[in-house]
Every structure is written in structure tokens, then in C-alpha cells.
Ligand binder design. Structure first.
Ligand code: AHG
Ligand code: MN
Ligand code: MN
Ligand code: MN
Length: 335
């Protein structure tokens, strides 16, 4: 049982010994993310006050208009992570190519690869709705002291050593796993300190919330349509409640606490859905499994997929185990 009332900094140090590769490096990396989270939190909180909301004018590699805070959050995380002698490569939703950090010569022993969605749910900023940051951490597979390559970034999700998110909501939380359960920390804004508030987070086995952008219903595969109708049917504990924020982090967080399923299926207009395997689905799938939940592409386990490109998209079904299994059953009926 994890002891409450401790800070994130204390928790990281205390649990260092249980990391798969028990060195102080991952701890320092997590501390770097903690710091960047506080900086970005500060910026997100003043979004309504200063002139940083609205489009930045650029279009990012995903073909989306980039918001100013996307750019800012991207910069802050990259800056913070690059300064520490731990990370050798970063890939971001907002960057076309991966970034190599001090990985060119033998004297640099940096081992960790970080993939980030610096600001998730960015369309919600202008309307004062919760947004987040998602991160995913691997050890490099190529030798230290040599330049990182694409291969270091295209590892299957099951090889993640840590993953987590920050949610900038009614309170700011940092939730993460190093493969030993999921721990949630809440920021005390007066002190600038994260405290362990949600030890050992777990998805209820089943729930009564389904989260999907139903505006896309006509474009969904028949199995998904049938599952949505099942959710709405008056029978047993149904109809379920529909809740969709449009920030994956926020929808996931609520479903983990209350029990529910999040879906971003493929459709006739987006053949692989919308969510990105490396920056969104893999880290959330790792958290989900560590929290007794489940994550799949409708058929296969997300964490077993072998990525083929940095910005690859994948259909995503994630949440309470029994609900994801039920959705898979409906989809299997139409194969
Ligand atoms: P991002 O803001 O990082 O581009 O991600 C947005 C994602 C995800 O957070 C959310 O669940 C989904 O896009 C919403 O998409 P729709 O507006 O198509 O429902
Ligand atoms: Mn985006
Ligand atoms: Mn996102
Ligand atoms: Mn984003």
C-alpha cells in the first residue's frame, strides 16, 4: 500500500529502487517532466488573461492549425528535457521529425527516448475546458554514444518504461506509471508542489459511461454503430451515460475514476481514426493496463502493435476491461 501525503519528488526517490533499470536517471527524467508540467500549467492557467490564445498561424505536421499554447508547451517540454543529460531523443506531435540530443559521440551516455503530445485537447483552450499533456518513455535500442535513429522511436508500446499525463483541470494532476501501478498527484498551486492524492488508481471492471464523438456516427463501421446502440438500449444497467469532452486526457481520467469506455474508431473519412499511436494511444494504453483496464484497436492489444512511422494513427478503444471486451465483440461480429 502506497503511503499518502508525500510529494511527487519524495515518491520518485523512494520508488527508484523498483524501476526495471534501477538508476537515478529515470528519476531525474521524471523530475524534469514535473518541472515542465508546472511551467506549462502556469501558462495554461493564464490563457484567458494574456494574448496567447488563438491560432499561432502555423499548421503542424498533422495538418491542424496550431494553437499558441501547443507551440509553447512543445517548446517548454523540449527545453526542459534537453537540458538534462538523460534524454537522447524526443519526438513530438508538433514536430515533423524526431530531435536528437547529444547523442552523437561517446562521451554522451543519454539513454532515454521521450515521445510527447505537449498539449492534448488544444481545441478546448479557447473555451476554458480541461486540456492535458501526454508522455511516453523508452530506453533507446541503438547503442549509447551513437546517433539515435527512427528505430529508437518505433518501439512497441509494451517496451515503455514509463508513461503518464498531466491534466490541467479544476486542479492540475500528474498521473504516471513506471510499470508498477498508476499513481496520481495533485498540484498544490500555493506551494507549487505535487502531492500523492490518488494512490494505485484503477479502472472499475465495468462502468456506465461511453465517450465517443457521436457526430461521426454515420461514418463509423457497423460494429461500432451496433455497440453504440447497445450502450443506449434500455436493458440491465443500460442505457449508459454519454460523456465526451474532446480531450483524450480528460475523458480517460474521468473514465478511470468512474468506469467507462473511450472510443475513437476508424471511419469512412479517416481510415485509421485520429489518435496517434506513439503520442496518445501507447502511453494511455500502458496506463490503462497498469490500472486494470484495457486498450485495443478494436481487435488487437495496442501495446503489441509495431509502429511503422512517427505520426501513425490508430483506432482506439480504451477503458474498463469488460466494456472494451464488449465493444470488441460487436466489432468481431462484422469481420
Ligand atoms: P490534440 O489536441 O493533441 O491534437 O488531440 C486531440 C484529440 C484528442 O485529445 C481528442 O479526444 C480528439 O482529438 C478529439 O477529436 P474530435 O474533435 O474529432 O472528436
Ligand atoms: Mn493536435
Ligand atoms: Mn492529443
Ligand atoms: Mn496535442
Amino acid at each position: 500500500m502506497v503511503k499518502k501525503n508525500i510529494t511527487l519528488g519524495e515518491f520518485i526517490i523512494k520508488n527508484q529502487a523498483s524501476f526495471q533499470y534501477s538508476s537515478g536517471e529515470l528519476s531525474r527524467l521524471l523530475n524534469g517532466l514535473r518541472l515542465a508540467a508546472k511551467v506549462v500549467n502556469h501558462e495554461v492557467n493564464k490563457a484567458g488573461l494574456v494574448d496567447i490564445i488563438g491560432e499561432a498561424g502555423d499548421v503542424n505536421v498533422q495538418g491542424e492549425d496550431q494553437k499558441k499554447l501547443d507551440v509553447l508547451a512543445n517548446e517548454k517540454f523540449i527545453q526542459t528535457l534537453s537540458k538534462r543529460e538523460i534524454v537522447c531523443g524526443i519526438a513530438s506531435e508538433e514536430e515533423e521529425d524526431f530531435i536528437s540530443i547529444n547523442s552523437y559521440d561517446e562521451k554522451h551516455q543519454n539513454k532515454y527516448i521521450v515521445l510527447i503530445d505537449p498539449l492534448d485537447g488544444s481545441s478546448n483552450i479557447d473555451v476554458n475546458v480541461s486540456v492535458g499533456t501526454i508522455f511516453s518513455i523508452y530506453r533507446r535500442v541503438t547503442p549509447v554514444g551513437t546517433p539515435v535513429t527512427l528505430e529508437d522511436f518505433l518501439q512497441p508500446g509494451r517496451d515503455q518504461v514509463a508513461a503518464g499525463y498531466i491534466i490541467y483541470g479544476t486542479s492540475t494532476m500528474l498521473v504516471y506509471t513506471t510499470g508498477d501501478g498508476v499513481q496520481g498527484f495533485t498540484l498544490n498551486p500555493a506551494l507549487g508542489t505535487f502531492y500523492l492524492s490518488h494512490p494505485n488508481m484503477e479502472f472499475p471492471e465495468t462502468g456506465n459511461i461511453y465517450s465517443v464523438n457521436e457526430g461521426n456516427y454515420v461514418h463509423f463501421p457497423q460494429g461500432v454503430k451496433d455497440y453504440i446502440k447497445y450502450c443506449q438500449k434500455e436493458e440491465d444497467d443500460r442505457p449508459y451515460t454519454s460523456r465526451y469532452i474532446g480531450s483524450l486526457v480528460s475523458d480517460f481520467h474521468r473514465n478511470m475514476i468512474k468506469g467507462g469506455i473511450y472510443m475513437y474508431p476508424k471511419s469512412s473519412v479517416s481510415t485509421n481514426g485520429k489518435l496517434r499511436l506513439l503520442y496518445e494511444c501507447n502511453p494511455m494504453a500502458f496506463l490503462a493496463e497498469q490500472a486494470n483496464g484495457k486498450a485495443s484497436n478494436g481487435k488487437d492489444r495496442i501495446l503489441d502493435l509495431k509502429p511503422t512511422e512517427l505520426h501513425e494513427r490508430v483506432p482506439f478503444f480504451c477503458g474498463s476491461r469488460k466494456m472494451v471486451e464488449k465493444a470488441e465483440e460487436f466489432m468481431a461480429a462484422h469481420n
